[in-house]
Write a protein that binds this ligand. Structure first.
Ligand code: GLA
Length: 373
């Protein structure tokens, strides 16, 4: 009898917890956001090749979309003109298909992590506009055709606009002018008419940058060139950007007729070297101030960091009709590039899973947010 009473007690507790919206260990980000937006992560090579076993388990359980952290950048895909290397990307795409994920190709045209030959002829001189167009077309067509129907969306152009709204003076711009952007989208559209095509950039909430990116979107649309989304890279810190600025940008891009992809998201818990009072000439003092939490985050910083994630996710939920995807830039803290940027060799805590592949409490709290009315 005692046993039955105890059992009933447990059952009642479970039921009442459920109605209160408690997060169970079976809940995952992927299931939680299923009818809202894709929730993604960037994959490193050890994850793509399955050697980082534990984090791969997390990826399968938690995420519905993936992007390659590096292996689909042009310097890796086409290190020499006409010589493509697809082993890593093939493996990445196969992983996504096997696990029924929304696969993102990142990135076709970007001035960085690009092979040296791309802009120059045999003498090392800049190539003509015609040659550069041909190279862009060949790169885009080869990559996009190979994964036609399998990679569902591409960051076609990455980081072409500056915070003041001007065009970055990259070689693409110097040789082809503003037209390199429509051309890239056109080539991608021709290679796979069904793939979603995006423009992706950082600090895309700066008002002048919002204006130029919106103009690009409208220009492409008016010319019948496909553009489905703006990717807002979200490499953010505890203090910047202000959520109000970020929200304005979401609303703006949506009003221009495209979806917003929250891309490359992570929240650094460390002080920014740009806003520090540390004395740079005193190396020891500087390093201690810049890398203050090597043994773990103090409770107050942890709370601040969690609240910041929750604020962002509240915003994403509020604008879920405008958002196609939220992608984290990695899975565990151990993997994050933030440990080495913008200061080398720090211990940062920017992602949702910790260095020991454990789920951080913030994940449950994010899931809980979706259950609140
Ligand atoms: C940019 C790129 C990403 C990545 C990050 C740094 O945001 O779009 O692919 O290289 O920088 O990791």
């Amino acid at each position: 009898m005692k046993k039955i009473v105890a059992l009933l007690g447990i059952l009642t507790l479970t039921v009442s917890c459920k109605t209160a919206g408690t997060v169970s260990s079976n809940d995952s980000l992927k299931n939680t956001f299923k009818n809202k937006f894709y929730i993604g992560t960037a994959m490193s090579l050890p994850q793509i090749y399955g050697t980082d076993v534990k984090s791969v388990e997390i990826i399968k359980k938690q995420f519905s979309s993936i992007v390659a952290e590096n292996c689909m950048k042009s310097m890796f895909l086409q290190p020499e003109e006409g010589k493509f290397f697809f082993d890593d990307a093939d493996k990445f795409v196969a992983f996504g298909e096997k696990n029924k994920m929304f696969i993102i190709g990142h990135t076709l045209i970007w001035h960085s992590q690009l092979p040296k030959w791309f802009f120059v002829d045999k003498e090392g001189k800049d190539v003509s506009a015609e040659v550069l167009k041909q190279r862009m077309k060949n790169h885009i067509t080869t990559v996009v055709s190979r994964y036609k129907g399998r990679v569902k969306g591409y960051d076609v152009v990455n980081e072409a606009i500056m915070e003041d709204g001007s065009y970055r003076k990259s070689k693409f711009y110097e040789i082809l002018g503003e037209e390199f952007i429509p051309l890239a989208f056109q080539y991608a559209q021709e290679a796979d008419p069904n793939a979603e095509l995006y423009y992706n950039d950082y600090n895309e909430w700066f008002p002048e940058k919002v204006k130029t990116v919106t103009k690009i979107v409208k220009n492409l649309k008016s010319r019948g060139i496909r553009i489905d989304g703006v990717g807002m890279q979200t490499h953010v810190g505890l203090d910047t950007p202000k959520l109000t600025e970020y929200e304005k940008a979401i609303v703006n891009y949506a009003a221009a007729g495209v979806k917003v992809n929250v891309t490359e998201m992570e929240i650094s818990a460390l002080p920014s070297p740009w806003g520090t009072s540390a004395n740079v000439s005193d190396k020891v003092e500087y390093e201690a101030k810049m890398n203050p939490y090597t043994a773990g985050l103090p409770e107050n910083v942890k709370t601040e960091w969690e609240n910041r994630y929750l604020d962002f996710f509240r915003l994403f939920l509020k604008h879920q009709d405008k958002i196609r995807r939220v992608t984290l830039w990695g899975t565990t803290d151990a993997q994050s590039w933030k440990n080495d940027f913008p200061v080398k060799g720090r211990t940062d805590y920017p992602l949702l899973f910790d260095r020991n592949d454990q789920t951080k409490p913030v994940v449950g709290k994010i899931i809980q947010l979706t259950k609140e009315k």
